[in-house]
Design a protein around this ligand. Structure first.
Ligand SMILES: Nc1ncnc2c1ncn2[C@@H]1O[C@H](COP(=O)(O)OP(=O)(O)OP(=O)(O)O)[C@@H](O)[C@H]1O
Ligand SMILES: [Mg+2]
Length: 241
C-alpha cells in the first residue's frame, strides 16, 4: 500500500500537526464481551504514546485494531490517508509487513533460527537476499547491544537479551509505527528498563512512532503522551512532561 508520507524523521520537540494514525469511535465485541466501547487515539509521526489501564480494559484489542490485526465492529482508523477498516486483508498484511513493527510480551522469536536470523526474517519475507538482510540485522543487534548473541539460538539467551533481539526485529524494516504490547511484562525491573530505554531511543533516532501498551508507570514515563483505557473507553491524559 502506498502512502503519501516520505519524511520519517521528526524533531521530537515539534511534532508535525498532521497525525499519522487517527482512530475514532472504535467498538469491538467478542461474543457478549464488549472489549472496546468507544475508543479513540491519534499518533503523530515519531510520537511515543503509552496506553495504560487495568487488565481486561481493552488495551490489547485497541492495539490490534490500530495495527490492522483485528477489525473493529464500528469506527474509523485512518492511517496516512487510508481507512484501515475498509482495507482488504491483502492491503492490511502488506501494511503490517512494510510499515509496522511488532513487539510482544514474550518476544515470540522463532526457536529454530539464530537471533540474527530472527531479526533478518522480516527483511527476508520482503524479498531481501539473506546476506544483506543479516548484515542489516546485525547492525540492529549492535544498536540494541546484543550483537554478542547473534549466532546463538533464542533458547540459550536470557529473557532480557531475547526481548532486545525482538526489539531489533521490530525495528529492522525501519517501520513508521512500532506496536508494543507489554514488552517488559516478563522481565525484572532492571532488564525491563533497559529494553524500554533502548526501544524508545532507537525508535526516536529512526523517527518511528510507538504505541506502547504497559501496566507500569515507570515504562510509560518513556512515552511522550499517555492514553488510559477503562472499560473499553479511552481517555487522553496528554503529555507526561
Ligand atoms: N479473542 C477474544 N475472544 C474473546 N474475548 C476476548 C478476546 N480478546 C479479548 N477479549 C476480551 O475483551 C476484553 C478486553 O481484552 P484485552 O485483551 O483487550 O484487555 P487488556 O487491557 O489487554 O488486558 P491485559 O492487561 O490483561 O492484557 C476482556 O474481557 C477479554 O476477555
Ligand atoms: Mg493485553
Amino acid at each position: 500500500m502506498r502512502t503519501g508520507l516520505t519524511d520519517r524523521r521528526t524533531d521530537p520537540g515539534r511534532l508535525p500537526s498532521e497525525p499519522l494514525l487517527t482512530a475514532s469511535g472504535l467498538r469491538r465485541s467478542f461474543g457478549r464481551t464488549s472489549a472496546l466501547v468507544d475508543a479513540s487515539l491519534s499518533l503523530h509521526p515519531g510520537e511515543i504514546v503509552a496506553v495504560m489501564g487495568p487488565s481486561g480494559s481493552g488495551k490489547s484489542t485497541l492495539l490490534h485494531c490500530l495495527a490492522g490485526l483485528v477489525r473493529p465492529d464500528e469506527g474509523r482508523i485512518d492511517y496516512a490517508g487510508t481507512d484501515l477498516t475498509q482495507a482488504s486483508d491483502t492491503e492490511l498484511s502488506t501494511l503490517r509487513r512494510t510499515e509496522f513493527g511488532f513487539l510482544f510480551q514474550f518476544g515470540q522469536l522463532v526457536p529454530e533460527l539464530t537471533c540474527v536470523e530472527n531479526v533478518a526474517l522480516p527483511l527476508r519475507l520482503g524479498g531481501t537476499p539473506r546476506r544483506r538482510a543479516e548484515r542489516t540485522a546485525l547492525r540492529w543487534l549492535e544498536r540494541l547491544d546484543v550483537a554478542d548473541v547473534a549466532r546463538k539460538s533464542p533458547g540459550t539467551c536470557s529473557g532480557g537479551q531475547n526481548q532486545r533481539v525482538a526489539a531489533a526485529r521490530a525495528l529492522v524494516t525501519s517501520p513508521r509505527v512500532v506496536f508494543a504490547d507489554e514488552p517488559t511484562g516478563a522481565l525484572d525491573s532492571l532488564n525491563g528498563e533497559r529494553v524500554i530505554r533502548m526501544l524508545t531511543d532507537t525508535a526516536r533516532e529512526n523517527g518511528a512512532a510507538v504505541v506502547l501498551v504497559t501496566h507500569e508507570p515507570r515504562v510509560a514515563a518513556y512515552a511522550d503522551r499517555e492514553v488510559v483505557v477503562r472499560d473499553g473507553r479511552t481517555r487522553d491524559l496528554g503529555g507526561l512532561g
